[in-house]
Structures are given as structure tokens and as C-alpha cells.
Design a protein around this ligand. Structure first.
Ligand SMILES: Nc1ncnc2c1ncn2[C@@H]1O[C@H](COP(=O)(O)OP(=O)(O)O)[C@@H](O)[C@H]1O
Ligand SMILES: [Mg+2]
Length: 377
């Protein structure tokens, strides 16, 4: 058995410049879709331009970078390249926790990497499990029920209209206007469609008719010690990005932030309006930021996450899901729009995720804080 403290990442020798491997799954629009996969399969994969942007950002601070595909050759590529640290944005390939595959491999090989670890990335991909954890700690979620076969009895607390989505996808996959179901017949049809098309359980929730927000969180209790921008962080070590409202009222799928609407360029016809900072009263802003931070902490998320929240009929926030590998495409991904809205440069956002990650593996010397003695003078 591995002794208890061994689950901590091992320390690495301190170097000023690193070889950083950016690990991702890449969209290849030129390749035909394999048979039997859903129409929007691979929607959450990245374009190579995003990898290039991350590499360029990391190189601005003097590091060397390489790109590695998150596929079955990755173990061999890692052995050859021997990176000091990996910048992980990989979605993974298949199985019940694909976003945990690369972190699990890196842990096995004892290679440092950025962001959340195996358990968190495995659970956060599963919206049902995530909501069970949040509900247990009294975070507000809409009533929900998971269907694995399709003919399970509908629980009485679930009142129509309901919303049906795959339990373990992202980027609006399996989500369009038909996700809203008004009666039992529509619900059963949609549940079976999700189970058969996506080969996974369907999550059925109360339909939340209100406004939609996403809340980004960066940091951790000791972030200031290792940050290149300690001024970003509040006393508790966390930075809350300005809240982004997704106003889908004029999008291709009115009031649903679907895969089709997400795939439009910002500002393009049919895209949602991205409003950041959202125009909301201070009380709602305080609540949304509080819930997002609790959501992050309850899943043991590390350094970066984005939590999606919608308002119910009465205007109360309800947590939809947490993204522990939030998209990082410049001027497009929600988190990048949030950072930009407060003047945080893309390069600095990427380097911050890298340095916070590296510091957990002993690769960054802590900044000297003024000691109590100095503070008295
Ligand atoms: N219960 C719900 N009520 C209303 N809309 C929902 C509900 N669940 C999801 N949606 C809509 O579907 C979108 C995608 O759902 P989400 O849970 O965020 O999954 P993902 O972004 O991983 O695809 C949301 O941004 C929201 O617009
Ligand atoms: Mg979402």
C-alpha cells in the first residue's frame, strides 16, 4: 500500500525555464466522423490554433513548449519528450471519465501538470454525481433524476417542463431546443435518444427559465505566494472573474446555450450575447460568486474552474455544472472573455495557470511576504 502523504505530488528540482508540453485533443474537421458517433461528437475538442495560442503565451516567459496529442501514443511521446510539466487541456477519448485520463496517466508517470487532478476531473464530467455532492452540502441545484434505462418511474418532484441532457458531455453536446420537454411522452423520447446516441445516462432536470450566468474562479489559499500577479487575489487567495451573462434570447436556440449557439463566433448572427460584467444587483453577484467558489471547493478543483448557473422561476440561482477544464480559446471561450473584461491579458491568464500548477509540484520558489516583524516597523 502507498503510505498516506504519497498522494501528494512529488517535488521537482527548481529550474527557471521549463520544457512545457501542452496536451490536447484536436478537432480535425477534414476527417469523416466515425460510424455510430453522435452528430456533435468531438465538439469539445480544441482547434490547433488554441494550442498555438497557449504555447505562444507560455513562450513569452522564456519556456520551451511542445504539443502532444492526448491519444494512445501519449505515454510513448511523454517518454521521449520528457517535459518538466504539462499544460493539460485534454478532453480525453471515451469511457466514463475521459477528462481524467490524461491526469491519471501523468500521475502514474509522476509528471507535473496544471489544474485539477484525477478525482475532480472524473467527477466534474459527470453532472449527476457533481450535483449529488453539491446537494449534500446545501448548494442550490434544480430537482433532478438520472435515467440509465429510460423506463424508470419519473419522480413526483420533477414537474414539467423538464430539461434532458447527456450526463457526461460538455460544450452543449446533446443540447438543443428539443432538450426542453413538456410532457411524459416527449421526455421518454428524448431520454431514449440521449441514452442511445451518447451511450450514457440522461440527466433530467426541472427546466430553469431564468437568466444564465457563468462564474470563473482562479487561485487557492496560498496563490499569492506563487503568483506573478498577487494583486489579483482576495484575502482568501481566490480571484473571482467578473460574471458573464449568456443572453441566448436572440440566439439560434432561443434561451438555450446549445452546441449550435456555442459554435458561432462571438458577435456572429445566431450567437448568444455575451455580457460581461453582467448587469446584476450586488446581492445576486455576491451569491453567484459565493456559490461558484463553494462549487469549486466541494469538488476539490485546483486553481481554475468555471461554474454555470441559471435562475429558476422565482429568480433563485441553481447550479448546472462546473467546468474544471474550461475552454481557453482567446477572444472566444467564456473564461477568456471574462478575463479580458477586467483587462487581464491572455498571456498572463495562461502563465498564471502554469505557475500555480507548477508551484504545487515544488517547481516555483515562494515569494517572500513581509514578516510580522517587518510589518510592525
Ligand atoms: N435545467 C436546465 N434548465 C434550462 N436550461 C438548461 C438546463 N440545463 C442546461 N440548460 C441549458 O443547456 C446548456 C448546456 O448545459 P450544461 O449543463 O451547462 O452542459 P454543457 O455546457 O456541459 O454542455 C446550458 O448552458 C443552458 O443554457
Ligand atoms: Mg455548461
Amino acid at each position: 500500500m502507498i503510505p498516506r502523504g504519497e498522494d501528494k505530488p512529488p517535488s521537482r528540482p527548481m529550474k527557471r525555464y521549463w520544457k512545457v508540453a501542452v496536451i490536447a485533443n484536436i478537432k480535425d474537421d477534414s476527417k469523416p466522423r466515425p460510424e455510430g458517433v453522435p452528430p456533435d461528437a468531438f465538439a469539445d475538442f480544441d482547434h490547433i490554433e488554441t494550442v498555438d495560442a497557449i504555447r505562444a503565451a507560455i513562450e513569452t516567459d522564456g519556456h520551451q513548449t511542445v504539443f502532444l496529442h492526448a491519444d494512445a501514443d501519449l505515454p510513448y511521446a511523454l517518454r521521449e519528450v520528457k517535459p518538466d510539466i504539462c499544460f493539460n487541456i485534454a478532453e480525453g477519448l471515451g469511457g466514463d471519465a475521459r477528462e481524467a485520463q490524461v491526469p491519471a496517466l501523468l500521475e502514474l508517470l509522476r509528471i507535473p501538470y496544471t489544474g485539477s487532478r484525477v478525482l475532480t476531473n472524473g467527477i466534474s464530467l459527470d453532472k449527476t454525481l457533481t450535483k449529488r455532492i453539491w446537494r449534500d452540502r446545501r448548494l442550490p441545484v434544480a430537482p433532478f433524476q438520472e435515467f440509465t434505462i429510460g423506463d424508470e418511474a419519473l419522480r413526483p418532484e420533477l414537474k414539467f417542463p423538464l430539461f434532458v441532457k447527456p450526463a457526461r458531455e460538455g460544450t452543449g453536446m446533446g443540447v438543443d431546443l428539443k432538450a426542453i420537454v413538456k410532457n411524459e411522452k416527449e421526455m421518454r423520447e428524448r431520454v431514449l435518444y440521449i441514452i442511445n446516441t451518447y451511450q450514457q445516462p440522461a440527466l433530467v432536470e426541472t427546466f430553469l427559465p431564468g437568466r444564465e450566468f457563468t462564474v470563473g474562479i482562479l487561485g487557492r489559499a496560498d496563490a499569492k505566494l506563487y503568483s506573478r500577479h498577487p494583486e489579483w487575489y482576495e484575502k482568501d487567495g481566490f480571484h473571482r472573474f467578473p460574471i458573464l451573462e449568456l443572453d441566448s434570447s436572440r440566439s439560434v436556440t432561443p434561451n438555450v446555450y446549445s452546441q449550435a449557439s456555442k459554435s458561432k463566433e462571438v458577435g456572429e448572427e445566431g450567437a448568444p450575447d455575451y455580457v460581461c460584467p453582467a448587469n446584476i444587483d450586488p446581492e445576486l453577484e455576491r451569491k453567484l460568486k459565493h456559490f461558484a467558489l463553494r462549487a469549486h471547493q466541494l469538488l476539490y478543483a485546483l486553481d481554475i474552474s468555471r461554474t454555470d448557473i441559471r435562475l429558476d422561476e422565482e429568480g433563485n440561482p441553481r447550479l448546472l455544472e462546473i467546468n474544471t477544464l474550461p475552454g481557453l480559446t482567446p477572444d472566444y471561450s467564456d473564461l477568456c472573455l471574462q478575463a479580458k473584461a477586467e483587462g487581464i491579458r491572455y498571456e498572463d491568464l495562461i502563465l498564471e495557470i502554469l505557475y500555480l500548477g507548477a508551484s504545487r509540484w515544488g517547481m516555483v520558489a515562494p515569494r517572500e511576504l513581509p514578516s510580522a516583524h517587518h510589518a510592525k516597523k
